[in-house]
Write a protein of this length. Structure first.
Length: 167
C-alpha cells in the first residue's frame, strides 16, 4: 500500500481516496480532496494560502530540514521476509518517531521564544507610549495633596506678609 502526497497541500492521499489529474504531457497530480483540486484548477499559488504545508514552510512555521523526513521516501525494492530485520525496522520506526517528536517540541519552543520576545518589546513600547495612563491613582492623589499643601503654605505666607505690611 502506497500513501501518496497531495500535490497542492502535501497531506496524505490514501489508496482509493482523492482525485488524480493527468495533464496532456503525462504529468500526474494527486489531490487529497476537491478543495485542493479546485484551487489547482483556478491556478492559485499554494504558498499564499495559510492552510497549505508550502505556506507554513515559507513562513517558518513548519520544520523544513529534518533528517528524519528522509525515512519517508518511497522505496520500491522488495526485501525477502526476515524476522530479525522486521523487528529492527519496527524498533527503528519507534525511535525515529521519538526523535521527531523531540525535535518538533524543541522547534516549537524556539519559535515561540522569538515570538515572545517580539510581543514583550511591543508591550514595552506601548507602556512607554501610554505611561501617563498607567500612573497609580494613590500616587496621583498624593501629588494633588502636596500641591494643595504648597498652595496653602504660599497663601499663609502671603497673608502673613500682608499682616506685617498693615502693622
Amino acid at each position: 500500500m502506497r500513501i501518496e502526497k497531495c500535490w497542492y497541500c502535501s497531506s496524505n492521499v490514501y489508496p482509493g481516496h482523492g482525485v488524480m489529474f493527468v495533464r496532456n504531457d503525462c504529468k500526474t497530480f494527486r489531490f487529497c480532496r476537491a478543495k485542493c483540486h479546485k484551487h489547482f484548477k483556478m491556478k492559485h499559488n499554494p504558498r499564499k494560502l495559510k492552510w497549505t504545508k508550502a505556506s507554513r514552510m515559507t513562513k517558518g512555521k513548519e520544520m523544513v530540514m529534518d533528517s528524519t523526513f528522509e525515512f519517508e521516501k518511497k522505496r520500491n525494492t522488495p526485501v525477502r521476509y526476515n524476522r530479525n530485520l522486521w523487528i529492527q525496522t519496527i524498533q527503528a520506526m519507534k525511535r525515529i518517531d521519538e526523535i521527531r517528536q523531540a525535535r518538533k517540541v524543541r522547534f516549537h519552543k524556539q519559535r515561540m521564544a522569538n515570538a515572545h520576545k517580539v510581543r514583550q518589546s511591543a508591550a514595552q513600547k506601548e507602556l512607554e507610549k501610554n505611561k501617563d495612563l498607567m500612573a497609580i491613582p494613590t500616587v496621583k492623589k498624593k501629588l494633588k495633596e502636596r500641591k494643595t499643601t504648597k498652595v496653602q503654605q504660599k497663601i499663609k505666607l502671603n497673608q502673613g506678609a500682608k499682616a506685617m505690611d498693615l502693622s
